[in-house]
Design a binder for this molecule. Structure first.
Ligand SMILES: [Zn+2]
Length: 309
C-alpha cells in the first residue's frame, strides 16, 4: 500500500487547525501530551473491551444525553464495532473518542491522535464511523482517512520543530530512532513522517523480515515515498524493494539487518545511487533509502538513448 498525497489546499486547511492547537498549548519542543490536547479541545476518551460487556455497557450508557440517545440504537454501535473489527472511533455529538483497550499501549497514542485529527478537521464532522485496523495502521485508500493520518502526524510532529530535527543531520534509521524518542512517538510513525515530509529523494517500507516472512502477512505492508521520489521514480514499486532486501538483509531476527549502495534508474532512464538500510524490531522490518548521487545521465541520440557517466 502506497502513501497518498493530499492536495495543497487540504494540506493548508489541516495545517491551520493543527497549528492553532500547538499555539494554544504554547508548544515549544518535545513530546505532545495528548491529555492536554484533549483538555483543550474538550474531548473525552474512553476505552472499551469487547470481551467485557460491563465496560461496553457503560460506554454506551454514557452516549445517552439525558433522555435522548445520541445513537438511535446503541446495539448498532456494538454490532458495528464487532462487524468491522473497529479499534477506535470518534462520536462527534459527544466529543468522545472510543478506543479498544486490547490494542498495545504503544499504538494507542497513534490511534487516539488519529481520532483527535478527525475531531479537528471541520469537514469530518459528518463522519462518525470508526476505524478498523487497516485505516489506523496509517494507510487507507480513502481520502478522509489519509486526511486524519496527515493531521495526526502534524499534531504529534509539530512542523517547525520537527523540520529542524529532520534537517539537523543526515537521515538514517539511527537518526529516526533518536527523533522518535524526542517526540515520544513510535519509530514506525516517525519513519513515515520523516520520509513523507522530506523534499529529498527518499523512501521507506514497513513490512516483513525478508528471511522470516509470515505467510499471512503482506511482504511490504506500506511503501512510503517522498513526493519527489514518487514523481521521479514512479517506475519503482514495493516488489523491487522486496527483491533488493533479499540481496542484503541478514537472518538475525532483530536489530540491523544490513545496508547496501544500490543503483536505481529513474523514469527518464538516469541512474542514481541510493543507500538502503533495514532494521527489524522483532515484529516489523523497517527499511529506509536515501539518495546519495547521480551516476549517469541518459541522453536521447536519434531514436536511442545513450548513458553519459
Ligand atoms: Zn479514521
Amino acid at each position: 500500500m502506497n502513501n497518498l498525497f493530499l492536495d495543497p489546499r487540504t494540506v493548508r486547511d489541516i495545517d491551520k487547525v493543527v497549528d492553532r492547537v500547538h499555539q494554544s498549548l504554547d508548544y515549544t519542543d518535545g513530546a505532545i501530551r495528548l491529555l492536554e490536547v484533549r483538555d483543550l479541545l474538550k474531548l473525552d476518551l474512553k476505552y472499551y473491551r469487547l470481551d467485557d460487556p460491563g465496560l461496553i455497557d457503560e460506554v454506551i450508557h454514557k452516549l445517552k444525553v439525558g433522555a435522548k440517545q445520541v445513537i438511535a440504537r446503541p446495539g448498532l454501535l456494538v454490532e458495528a464495532i464487532r462487524k468491522f473489527d473497529l479499534s477506535a472511533l470518534f462520536v462527534p455529538d459527544r466529543k468522545r473518542i472510543l478506543i479498544d483497550d486490547s490494542i498495545p499501549d504503544l499504538k494507542k497514542r497513534w490511534y487516539e491522535t488519529h481520532e483527535i485529527a478527525h475531531s479537528l478537521i471541520p469537514w469530518h464532522a459528518d463522519y462518525t464511523l470508526g476505524d478498523d485496523r487497516t485505516t489506523l495502521s496509517q494507510g487507507c485508500h480513502e481520502r478522509i482517512e489519509a486526511e486524519a493520518n496527515y493531521g495526526g502526524g502534524r499534531l504529534l510532529f509539530p512542523n517547525g520543530v520537527f523540520t529542524q530535527h529532520r534537517l539537523s543531520s543526515t537521515m538514517s534509521l539511527a537518526r529516526v530512532r533518536e527523533i522518535s524518542k524526542h517526540f515520544g512517538n513510535t519509530i514506525t510513525s516517525t519513519l513515515w513522517r520523516c520520509v513523507e515530509q522530506s523534499d529529498e529523494l527518499t523512501f521507506a517500507t514497513i513490512g516483513e523480515h525478508p528471511r522470516r516472512p509470515r505467510d499471512d502477512k503482506p511482504r511490504i505492508e506500506y511503501f512510503v515515498r517522498s513526493k519527489t521520489f514518487a514523481t521521479q521514480f514512479a517506475n519503482i514499486t514495493d516488489t523491487e524493494v522486496w527483491a533488493w532486501m533479499l540481496e542484503y538483509c541478514g537472518y538475525k531476527p532483530t536489530g540491523p539487518l544490513g545496508t547496501i549502495d544500490l543503483n536505481i534508474q529513474d523514469v527518464n532512464g538516469n541512474s542514481h545511487v541510493f543507500v538502503i538500510e533495514s532494521f527489524s524490531n522483532g515484529y516489523n522490518t523497517l527499511t529506509m533509502a536515501r539518495w546519495t548521487r547521480q551516476t549517469a545521465i541518459s541522453v536521447p541520440v536519434g531514436d536511442r538513448r545513450i548513458l553519459c557517466p
